[in-house]
Write a protein that binds this ligand. Structure first.
Ligand SMILES: Cc1cc2nc3c(=O)[nH]c(=O)nc-3n(C[C@H](O)[C@H](O)[C@H](O)COP(=O)(O)OP(=O)(O)OC[C@H]3O[C@@H](n4cnc5c(N)ncnc54)[C@H](O)[C@@H]3O)c2cc1C
Length: 384
């Protein structure tokens, strides 16, 4: 393709962050181009899975509670606009062991934000969900209004809606601009170059490859394995409304009920080994599968012999502490960096896109927690 007309903003990356940023920019009537090397929410992208949790509980991190609230409203609006059930209100149950400080902090925050919830002790949990083993759990916090987003389908819908607002989309691999100062053109490996006033690199786990010197040691892509267990024939105990989405925080394991008949989903939230998102194997490990079987058998006894019916391997793109990265490139003032979703970013796509679109348009205040300066080169997770 030959060199094209000038855009107001070129967005590299059509994951959840890039797509919502493009949507908000297009809503502001800016001329937007989105490039992705493989496609919107493709199989290797962090946004590429079937489902993602949207919850409001973030302990004392109220900024993320408020972004989740804002985002859920926008996800529901998107769902209505494209007539697709992109959000499923399963309820989300956050479970803590003897030290339930984070649960108490979440409760205080969501109370302040006016979010409906219910707290249950071990006996109440066992009575309400007899199909689950709550050993070691002291209390659970249920958010009945939260649930699950149909991840890759939702991102593809955001892109479709952005296109209706005249954003353009192209499969193309962007080449990192070199040198410093204001840049005017973005080269691609096979599709020529594109001119724009501002550039957004929303490259998720690829950010460290795109800007190796700046971000190679600040974004930690880690391997995460996901399992789906087949539920017994005719048994509705593992589907909503009988089972909500759940997080056993002490065990660092989360999952969700049977959505769209794929089975019970479970995954470890603990960070896996460092990986390359282009080349890592997408086949789960034998050890991971064995661990998942044992875990499901313990926490969901009727699923003790349930078969694994589907698997996925994805990657988190962690910052040092779990706070997002949304900032200008320090040497290229019209280049923006957006990423560091750190295993919890999906739900926040709409709020992040709105924030970044405002910043690009010279509005809004910069949030220090999202700054590049706050991103260290050693991992010390603080946001869950
Ligand atoms: C297993 C798993 C479970 C998760 N669970 C949850 C959850 O329950 N709730 C939640 O809120 N979050 C969850 N997350 C986190 C969330 O999914 C991610 O934080 C989020 O999807 C990151 O989106 P992104 O747009 O930054 O990255 P991506 O979706 O990876 O998008 C980046 C895009 O940039 C493109 N790109 C990169 N380099 C270039 C280039 N040079 N040229 C062109 N294109 C390029 C890539 O092709 C890619 O499409 C989970 C993540 C994983 C892996």
């Amino acid at each position: 393709m030959a060199e094209s007309s000038t855009y107001d903003v070129a967005v590299v990356g059509a994951g959840v962050f890039g797509s919502w940023t493009a949507w908000h920019l297009a809503k502001r009537k800016l001329k937007v181009l989105v490039l992705d090397a493989y496609g919107a929410a493709h199989a290797r992208a962090s946004s590429g899975g079937e489902t993602r949790i949207i919850r409001m509980s973030y302990a004392a991190d109220e900024i993320y509670t408020r972004w989740s609230q804002q985002s859920l409203t926008q996800w529901k609006e998107l769902s209505a606009a494209c007539s697709q059930p992109l959000f499923q209100q399963t309820g989300v149950l956050w479970l803590e062991g003897p030290d339930d400080l984070r649960l108490r902090e979440s409760q205080a925050t969501i109370e302040r934000c006016g979010i409906p919830h219910e707290v249950m002790d071990n006996a109440a949990l066992t009575k309400r969900y007899p199909q689950v083993n709550f050993d070691g759990v002291s209390r659970g916090l249920l958010e009945p209004g939260s649930g699950v987003l149909l991840a890759h389908r939702a991102v593809q819908s955001v892109m479709e809606e952005a296109k209706k607002k005249h954003a353009e989309f192209l499969i193309a691999h962007a080449i990192t601009p070199d040198g410093g100062g204001t840049i005017s053109k973005l080269a691609t490996s096979h599709c020529g170059a594109f001119s724009a006033g501002q550039f957004v690199f929303a490259c998720g786990p690829w950010l460290g490859k795109v800007f190796p010197e700046l971000l190679g040691q600040r974004i930690f892509p880690t391997r995460q394995e996901v399992f789906f267990f087949g539920t017994p024939a005719g048994d509705a105990r593992f589907a909503p409304p009988a089972l909500p989405t759940w997080l056993f925080n002490n065990d660092e394991v989360y999952g969700m009920p049977d959505i769209e008949s794929r089975g019970l989903k479970m995954a470890r939230d603990a960070h896996g080994e460092r990986v390359d998102p282009d080349t890592q194997s997408r086949i789960v490990s034998a050890e991971g599968a064995e661990w998942a079987r044992k875990y499901v058998g313990r926490r969901f006894p009727p699923l003790k012999d349930a078969p694994i019916v589907e698997t996925r391997v994805c990657q988190y793109e962690n910052t040092s502490n779990g706070d997002f990265l949304i900032d200008r490139h320090p040497e290229m003032p019209n280049v923006w960096l957006a990423g560091g979703g750190s295993g919890h970013g999906f739900k926040h796509g709409p709020a992040l896109g709105e924030y970044l679109a405002a910043r690009i348009c010279g509005e809004g205040k910069a949030e220090p927690r999202f700054s590049l300066a706050s991103k260290a080169t050693k991992q010390k997770r603080a946001v869950f």
